[in-house]
Design a binder for this molecule. Structure first.
Ligand code: FE2
Length: 200
């Protein structure tokens, strides 16, 4: 069965003013859709067509002959994950187990925010900032282009897309302002907590 573009988990205008309906029209309706369409076209009729998205990402990551398939498969997965990493009226301080794990591994939430912002803003060019769980410990990473924790065998908890298409319509070149808005108004800590539960 062909891969599909999942619907956004909220209304197009639900993340305004931090991410506009226009951005989501383009980002979900054009960019994410293009990755899905490209992937389907590239794997059609090959054994990869019957694999899961995660299997394709892992099987093609180190295969230099399948870079195009890797890039599109990983970007489909990354965007599926990114939409769920945000929610209307999200952001701010988490509570419960995820908050305890952040305090344990980063010192406190302010230090986490500082480190996550540095990773997101400091990613040179297109890429992603991630909160991951690796061998029971929370870490912040950033990856280039389509590379993600699925490829590297880590467990993603939350991500922020720092490709220009994620913020240029709303913030122009001000990536730090988008990252601040993500942390203060959009981050979906319920989703991160759910992923932490699965990582154990
Ligand atoms: Fe994106």
């Amino acid at each position: 069965m062909a891969f599909e573009l999942p619907p956004l988990p909220y209304a197009k205008n639900a993340l305004e003013p931090h991410t506009s309906a226009h951005t989501l029209d383009l980002h979900h309706g054009k960019h994410h859709k293009a990755y899905v369409d490209n992937l389907n076209r590239m794997v059609e009729g090959s054994p990869l067509a019957s694999r899961s998205l995660e299997q394709i990402v892992q099987e093609t990551y180190h295969d230099t002959g399948k870079t195009g398939i890797f890039n599109n498969a990983a970007q489909v997965w990354n965007h599926n994950f990114f939409w769920k990493s945000m929610k209307p009226h999200g952001g701010g301080n988490p509570s419960g187990q995820i908050a305890d794990a952040i305090s344990r591994d980063f010192g406190d939430f302010a230090k986490f925010k500082d480190e996550f912002s540095k990773a997101a803003v400091g990613q040179f060019g297109s890429g992603w900032a991630w909160l991951i769980a690796d061998k029971g410990k929370l870490q912040i990473t950033h990856t280039s282009n389509a590379v993600d924790p699925v490829a590297t065998g880590q467990h993603a908890l939350l991500c922020c897309d720092v490709w220009e298409h994620a913020y240029y319509v709303d913030f122009e070149n001000r990536r730090p302002d988008f990252v601040k808005a993500f942390l203060e108004h959009l981050a979906n800590w319920d989703f991160a907590a759910e992923n932490l539960g699965k990582a154990k």
